[in-house]
Design a protein around this ligand. Structure first.
Ligand SMILES: *Cc1c(COP(=O)(O)O)cnc(C)c1O
Length: 394
């Protein structure tokens, strides 16, 4: 299957012919009968050691066929050998950090990152020491005990693009994790740029309907085995019903992303011309930082944008209160449009200095554009922006 639109529809369905089913079966078993003890023991050993499957699933913390199907589907979309699913995006990142902590102590991290990822890394909770650097400093800051480089692109919430190939080159033998949540495999496939792990909060675009919390890590089979072992030991599982919902959302992924992106492009252009708006962060606008990566690393600018209001916190709060069609809420990547205030919500866990350095000002709002009709979205935003106390005169 060579074209993405076909893969989104058909991936993770290889066993349907043998099962004689047309839709993914949902297996809620917590345990599986072991009638042949020798097979059971061999399966148990294989799964604990990180095998993708075994003759007997044994126990749902070790393997679940419904989860394995969506993992296979997402691996196909990312172009990786494997994918390992977790209870959330944060559980997925935690698993990589725990696995890395077996090999060394030092992690290089490029800001800005998703607020809780930043917090998890900075806290040292997983036994690693995070050093926050600019992308250009990676080569100079590598140490003998550096076991991981973490980047997010596009980044949250200012939609910075980070050059994955340049980071991989600077990291040398140190493996790189790319949080590609904002891009989805429709717009960017970091493994093709040399990333070792591609992480998604599948809660966002992959799930796409605001009803699943999930995380995935796409990588080669050797690294996937290590992550499955961590998952079997720590139990941060994706529930089969969540996996089933996630799989159900995938066939429309490319359509959703393309439509939402087209909406976002038009809204970004109109916001940039609006008198209440001081600045718009969107990779699809002329003059955006690292815009040269569009068309090479990333095939389109995506469906997220942020904008800075002249009127600071007061105007941002007013817009959150006034929107009627858009939902004022955290999260992103759903079919419906969400608007939120990073300084007051998602990036609250960062200290004030880090927020300021990352461009997260009191007047910044982030929009996750959905698949509604763009004129309805614009009408809602325009009425929310009308007559703001601090709007600049035209
Ligand atoms: C939401 C998000 C996460 C965390 O994922 P959860 O599923 O909420 O645990 C990590 N990275 C990015 C970029 C996100 O948007």
């Amino acid at each position: 299957m060579s074209h993405l639109h076909t893969t989104t529809v058909h991936a993770g369905r290889d066993d349907f012919g043998a099962l004689c089913v047309h839709a993914p079966p949902l297996d809620l078993s917590t345990t599986y009968p072991v009638r042949d003890l020798a097979t059971g023991t061999a399966s148990f050993d294989a799964l604990v050691a990180g095998a993708a499957h075994a003759d007997n699933p044994i126990y749902a913390r070790l393997h679940n066929p419904t989860v394995a199907r969506v993992e296979q589907a997402i691996a196909s979309l990312e172009g990786t050998q494997a994918c390992v699913a977790f209870a959330s995006g944060m559980a997925a990142l935690t698993a990589v950090l725990l696995e890395r902590s077996q090999h060394g102590r030092h992690v290089l991290v490029v800001r800005p990152l998703y607020g809780t990822s930043d917090h998890l890394l900075a806290s040292g909770l997983c036994g690693l020491e995070a050093e926050f650097v600019e992308a250009g400093e990676i080569a100079a800051r590598r140490r003998a005990d550096t076991v991981l480089v973490v980047i997010e692109t596009p980044s949250n919430p200012t939609l910075n693009l980070v050059d994955i190939r340049a980071v991989v080159a600077a990291a040398g033998t140190v493996p790189v994790l790319v949080d590609s949540t904002f891009a989805t495999p429709v717009l960017q496939r970091p493994a093709e740029c040399g990333a070792t792990w591609v992480l998604h909060s599948a809660t966002k675009f992959l799930g796409g309907h605001g009803d699943v919390i999930a995380g995935v890590v796409c990588c080669d089979e050797a690294h996937a085995g290590a992550l499955r072992s961590v998952r079997a030991a720590t139990g941060a599982l994706l529930h089969p019903l969540a996996a089933w919902l996630l799989h159900r959302g995938l066939p429309t992924l490319a359509l959703r992303v393309e439509r939402a992106q087209a909406n976002a492009q038009l809204i970004a252009q109109r916001l940039a011309a609006h008198p209440a708006v001081a600045k718009v962060y969107y990779p699809g606008l002329p003059g955006s930082a690292n815009a040269h990566l569009l068309g090479s690393q990333m095939s389109g600018p995506g469906a997220l944008l942020s904008f800075e209001l002249h009127g600071g916190h007061a105007d941002a709060a007013a817009v959150m209160a006034r929107v009627k069609l858009m939902t004022p809420a955290v999260s992103l990547g759903s079919v419906d449009t969400l608007i939120q205030h990073p300084a007051g919500l998602t990036h609250r866990v960062l200290d004030a200095a880090t927020r300021a350095a990352s461009g997260i000002t009191p007047g910044l709002l982030r929009l996750s554009v959905g698949i509604e009709h763009v004129e309805d979205l614009w009408q809602d935003l325009a009425q929310a922006l009308t007559g703001l106390a601090h709007a600049q005169a035209d």
